[in-house]
Design a protein around this ligand. Structure first.
Ligand code: ADP
Ligand code: MG
Ligand code: ZN
Length: 551
């Protein structure tokens, strides 16, 4: 039987648990009675769907809305899980198919509408089919005082007694009265294992920094925390070895860890880390499952994690003891390129790739955030928070400025060179740097040539990075490094929407007279010609175009 982490990846297509999920999944799979309170959008469904696959027999899911049940059943089936629903909305064939699967012992999840429980036959049926777990979604519907009260939910307690199996209840409603009512009605007053943690880990300081010289940045971070236990996450195996060596050379107690090592060697590192004080492990994401150390004082990312969930999980290994812990995440355009291409070159179906790009975008949005990191992070998980006072952006609020014109210039340079070039060449054009490549291609005669002379090269690099972070441009997986404009950039190019950038990356050089103005009318025909070309290219290559223009 594959483990939870494998199922998470292979069946559900997620690379990390969301906050709180892992503990809940473990408790539910173990057969505990569980009450889990998690914000809307936090990922409650997974907390019963995954344990259902880990347990023998059928998990009965009670959920108040037929549409919701059907959606979940469809998604599970698409992921290859045997799931079915018995609701009044079923066709006869659907019901017959569910019965078939039940009788064949194949069904893993059976969704039932609460009103079904009223029928005497349902109880008998459920008794016969080998139910191993009852999951109650939207458990607050049992509360008579809440506005979602569903009388049929009151039968669930009876069902639990009749089947004598564990019950896991899920809700987003956290008030004490509702909780007490759920415990009384669903668990006969026996307090279940209760999970109510907000997602916030207030003792963890959050910080992101653009990559400049990553090794030096990590070495400096580690040097300031000498003697403390920490983890450095790297994007490649080779890098873990190089960085661990560099840390040792400068007097740290460090070692590397990655999936290419012998199992025995990996266990040895885990054991050392868990028992020794002040060891630094430089690792790929393979490091984590075997780690159970409450006093990890810091976690650094030498490369950008895969998604916002992966980020949260990895930094969450720090400071489990509640004492202050620090984090630093480095990110740069190469990371974005790498992560995008990993998604595009993966074998996942298109919808899943789109979702993965979305989760990466969320992380990039966090990396380029202008206000409190924690509020941004928790907001993604559905939790509201006020500025935390304990992140790099609260410590030093970034200066912002209207980046609309620089971004428009950059977009124009991209369009005028037909989306065939990377940031380096585009910056040469913008800053009027007539390199051989620029001259060979005649790019020194473009109207955009030199329109960005007012900013330094390094500043332009920041603008391009932020453009990638805001998903205005994406690296083309077919032509490495070439930047393509996305749909999101269009209103900015057309000057219909402004964009705010961080000042710290935009240091104005000596003042110069304003460069040639950008004529957006001139860009419009270019844009439509490019669109047509892009569609033809995409069709020829049978790959979906990055950017689908709707008009
Ligand atoms: P809830 O029921 O708590 O409101 P859902 O179960 O509907 O939340 O999940 C909300 C969204 O989060 C869904 O789109 C789901 O696919 C996504 N999700 C759940 N768990 C994860 C995870 N570990 N990684 C990434 N996305 C996840
Ligand atoms: Mg839900
Ligand atoms: Zn903050």
């Amino acid at each position: 039987m594959p483990g939870a982490a494998t199922l998470l990846r292979d069946v559900f297509g997620f690379d990390a648990f969301r906050p709180g999920q892992e503990d809940i999944v473990t408790a539910v799979a173990r057969g505990e009675n569980v009450l889990a309170i998690m914000p809307t959008g936090g990922g409650k469904s997974l907390c019963f769907q995954l344990p259902a696959l880990l347990r023998d027999g059928v998990t009965v899911v009670i959920s108040p809305l037929i549409a919701l049940m059907r959606d979940q059943v469809r998604a599970l089936r698409e992921a290859g899980v045997e799931a079915g629903a018995l609701t009044s909305g079923n066709t006869e064939e659907e019901t017959a198919a569910v019965w078939d699967a039940l009788e064949g012992g194949r069904l893993k999840l059976l969704y039932i509408a609460p009103e079904r429980l009223a029928a005497g036959s349902a109880m008998g049926m459920l008794r016969r089919i080998g139910v191993s777990l009852i999951a109650v979604d939207e458990a607050h519907c049992v509360s008579q005082w809440g506005h979602d009260f569903r009388p049929d939910y009151l039968r669930i307690g009876e069902l639990r007694r009749a089947l004598d199996v564990p019950l896991a209840a899920f809700t987003a409603t956290a008030d004490a009265e509702t909780q007490a009512e759920i415990i009384e009605k669903l668990f006969d007053g026996q307090t279940p294992q209760t999970f109510l943690h907000g997602f916030d880990r207030p003792n963890i300081h959050l910080a992101f920094t653009p990559k400049e010289s990553p090794r030096r940045q990590i070495m400096d971070f580690a040097a300031a925390r000498k003697g403390q236990s920490g983890i450095v996450y790297c994007g490649s195996r080779a890098k873990t070895e190089g960085l661990a060596k560099a840390l040792c050379d400068s007097g740290h107690n460090a070692c590397h860890y990655h999936g290419g090592m012998e199992a025995e060697d990996r266990r040895a590192v885990e054991a050392r880390f868990n028992s020794e004080d002040g060891l630094i492990v430089v690792a790929t994401v393979a490091f984590g499952m075997g780690v159970d150390k409450p006093d990890i004082r810091w976690v650094a990312h030498a490369d950008l994690p895969k998604s916002i969930e992966a980020y949260y999980q990895e930094i969450g290994r720090a400071g489990r003891d509640g004492a202050p812990a620090e984090t630093l995440t480095l990110f740069g355009p190469d990371d974005i390129r790498l992560r995008r291409s990993q998604i595009d070159e993966g074998l996942a179906p298109p919808e899943r790739r789109m979702a993965d790009h979305g989760r990466l975008n969320a992380l990039l949005g966090l990396a380029e955030a202008l206000e409190c990191r924690r509020t941004t992070l928790l907001g993604y998980f559905g939790e509201q928070a006020t500025p935390c006072g304990h992140c790099d952006l609260c410590d030093t609020p970034p200066e912002t400025f209207d980046g609309t014109q620089p971004v428009r210039k950059a977009l124009s340079a991209i369009l005028r060179t037909e989306e065939r070039f990377g940031a380096g060449h585009l910056i040469d054009i913008l800053t009027g740097n007539a390199t051989d490549k620029v001259r060979e291609r005649g790019h020194d005669t473009l109207p955009t040539f030199g329109v960005g002379r007012d900013l330094e090269r390094r500043t332009w690099q920041g603008v391009f990075r932020q453009m990638m972070g805001h998903d205005l441009v994406r690296p083309d997986p077919e032509r490495h490094g070439a930047l393509r404009m996305t749909e999101a950039a269009r209103p900015i190019l057309r000057d219909e929407q402004p964009i705010t950038l961080r000042r710290d990356t935009l240091v104005s050089k000596t003042r110069r007279p304003a460069a040639k103005a950008l004529v957006s009318d001139e860009d419009a025909p270019l844009l439509s010609a490019l669109k047509a070309k892009r569609r033809a290219l995409a069709e020829a290559a049978k790959v979906p175009a990055y950017v689908v223009f709707n008009d």
